[in-house]
Structures are given as C-alpha cells and as structure tokens.
Design a protein around this ligand. Structure first.
Ligand SMILES: Cc1ncc(C[n+]2csc(CCOP(=O)(O)OP(=O)(O)O)c2C)c(N)n1
Ligand SMILES: [Mg+2]
Length: 336
C-alpha cells in the first residue's frame, strides 16, 4: 500500500466513522429510527475492499451496511436521511438503516435477512458472468451468515459454476461477549475454522486482519484479479474484534467520539476498559499511525478530518431538514 492509497483509504475509513458517530449521536439524542447496527471497528475492511472494485461491479450487503454504502460513494445527506426514515432518503425513507442501498452504485439490494446477501450476491455473480465484461459481485456478510443453509447452497453453486463471486466474510466475533454476560455472539458454528466451509468446495479461502487496510487491500486486490480473469470465486475472512459499542443491543458510543490525537501522540491513552481499542483494535487510529509512520504530518490528518466532519455536519443538517414521507404516500412502492 503506497502513501496515496493509504491516504485515500484513510479518508474513506474516517468518512464512515464520522458518519456513524453522527448516527449514534442522533440516536442518543432521541431520534427514533428503529434498531440499527454500526460498522465501527470494521472500516478498514470496507474501505480497502471498495478501493478494489470497479463501477460495473455489483455489491450485496447486510444489516451492517452503512460502511459499504458510504465507502462506495453514496450521497451523505440522502444516506443519513434514509436512516432517519425521511422522504429525501436514498429510498424515500422506506428502507431505513437495515436496507440502506444505492442501486445506481451497484448495490443490488441490501438484505437484513442473515445469509440473504450471499444468495442474492451469487445471483448477481451469475449475471456478471453472463455479461462477460470482467465484472464481479462483491458479497459482504457476517460470520453469522455461515450458520444459514442458504450459504451452503450459494457457495456450492458459485464453485460449481465458477462464478465471479468475491465472498467477504466480516468475522467480528473475536472478543464478543457470550450470552451468559448479556452479549450477542453472532456465531456458534461446528466448523471451528470458517475457511473450511468454502475450502471443502474448492473455493480458495484466506484470512486477513480486518483492521489492517494494507492486508485487506492486498487480499482483495489479488482475489479480484483472479476472479476477473475467470478463476472462479474467492472467499476472504476479515477478522475484527467486536467494538465495545456493539455489545449492547442498541449501539452506544462507549469509546467516545474518535480523537485522532490518540494516534498522533498529542493525547495520551489512559488505562481503562477501552485502552486496547485505542491502542490496537481501532482501524481508524491504526491507519492514522501508519500514515504518520509513512511521513504524513499530523496537521494533514487533522485537516482531512475537519473537511470530513464538515461534510457530515452538512449531511446531518440536510437530512434533518428533509420531511417524513407524507401519510398519503404510504401505499407507494407496495407490491400487494
Ligand atoms: C434469517 C435471520 N435469522 C435471524 C436474524 C436476526 N439477526 C439479526 S443480526 C443477527 C446476527 C448476525 O450476525 P452476523 O451475520 O455475524 O453479523 P454481525 O451483526 O455480527 O455483523 C441475527 C441472528 C435475521 N436478521 N435473519
Ligand atoms: Mg458477526
């Protein structure tokens, strides 16, 4: 990863982070937009993977979709308005956070059904191959999706038909609290090593540190080249620690608003329950440190942050100014 790539991926990671901090703040201030999920802790995976995709590629994602949609370049105001259920949202406020999508950016749909993205994505991969334009379907899903029967069928078809499918399993179960502690482990699987599942079908499966942008960029870059050349599906397992704020059922900014000074050395990291997050697991702080080591000045990082924060603030104002859909439009977009 050269410094230009690192800067671009950092900008995407930070954009996702500031966008989702705004979502969490809106929730804590009482905006009621239903249950939601944040991508915090997984930004390096989405940002680096998106950097390898082409405009003609198709993308499938899940309930934890904000990072993917923002990283692909969705307009921030309409994306936030959609989460808030406003008429100006990407889907007119009908989809909300769980179904955030942007068809014009290649998202075929966003499924909140665990495992749904895998089957829809394999269908998109079939279409990509039929078009013969070198495009692929990037399929983002959680580790929990591999408990679903549809995952086995979809992986099997992708392997049998040598489809251009890039499976990106975002395994965020490291350090997840068990149910005994009131947490929500997302996976209880007999296959201890998830790579064994695609591996048993002959699909190459690699594991990367999902907080390491360079590792994700290298793995997805290599996989997408293989796939575009007709080599068939590839499975990438991106490992991340569970962000503490995702431990409760309703996400909370338990690690606070991200402070880049913790990466540049201008602010000390206090010991406490989140010290390991700030020091090691937060992908945004990690990449900020790596950029500093590559010779990028702290001031340049703060300037990027200020610009991104201004964009998110403008998006927030835009979204809040958008009205809720008019009651008389409730029947629109309804099929039956
Ligand atoms: C078919 C189905 N079963 C159960 C649920 C309820 N549910 C929502 S999120 C979730 C856990 C998903 O875990 P994972 O796929 O690893 O995603 P993560 O939330 O960890 O990113 C479950 C079981 C669902 N949405 N769909
Ligand atoms: Mg999970």
């Amino acid at each position: 990863m050269d410094v230009g790539q690192a800067r671009a991926i950092f900008a995407t990671e930070l954009l996702i982070r500031r966008f989702e901090e705004a979502v969490a703040v809106l929730s804590s201030e009482g905006a009621n937009f239903g249950h939601f999920h944040l991508y915090i802790g997984q930004e390096a995976t989405g940002a680096a993977a998106m950097a390898c995709l082409l405009p003609e590629d198709r993308i499938a994602t899940t309930h934890r979709n904000h990072g993917h949609v923002v990283a692909r370049g969705a307009a921030l105001g309409p994306a936030l308005a959609e989460i808030l259920g406003r008429a100006g949202g990407l889907s007119g406020g009908r989809g909300g956070t769980i179904h955030l999508t942007a068809p014009e950016l290649g998202f075929i749909s966003t499924s909140g059904v665990v495992g749904g993205a895998i089957s829809l994505g394999v269908g998109a991969a079939y279409a990509c191959r039929a078009k013969r334009d070198g495009s692929l379907a990037a399929i983002f899903f959680g580790d929990g999706a591999l408990e679903e029967g549809i995952a086995f069928e979809a992986l099997n078809l992708a392997a049998l038909w040598t489809l251009p499918a890039l499976f990106i399993c975002e395994n965020n179960s490291e350090d997840a609290w068990g149910t005994a502690k009131g947490g929500f482990p997302t996976l209880i699987h007999a296959a201890g090593d998830l790579r064994a599942i695609p591996g048993s079908m002959g699909i190459p499966a690699v594991r990367v540190d999902g907080t390491d942008a360079a590792a994700v960029l290298a793995a997805v870059g290599h996989a997408s080249e293989t796939i575009r050349a007709g080599g068939g599906p590839v499975f990438i397992e991106a490992m991340t620690r569970r962000w503490a704020g995702s431990a409760p059922l309703w996400p909370e900014l338990s690690t606070g608003i991200t402070d880049l000074r913790m990466a540049t050395g201008e602010r000390a990291i206090a010991d406490g329950p989140h010290a390991a997050w700030y020091r090691t697991h937060d992908p945004v702080l990690r990449l900020a440190r790596e950029l500093r080591a590559m010779g990028v000045e702290s001031a340049a990082l703060f300037a990027m942050d200020a610009e991104i924060q201004a964009r998110v603030a403008a998006a927030k104002a835009w979204a809040l100014a958008s009205p809720v859909p008019a009651p008389e439009t409730a029947g629109e977009h309804v099929f039956a």
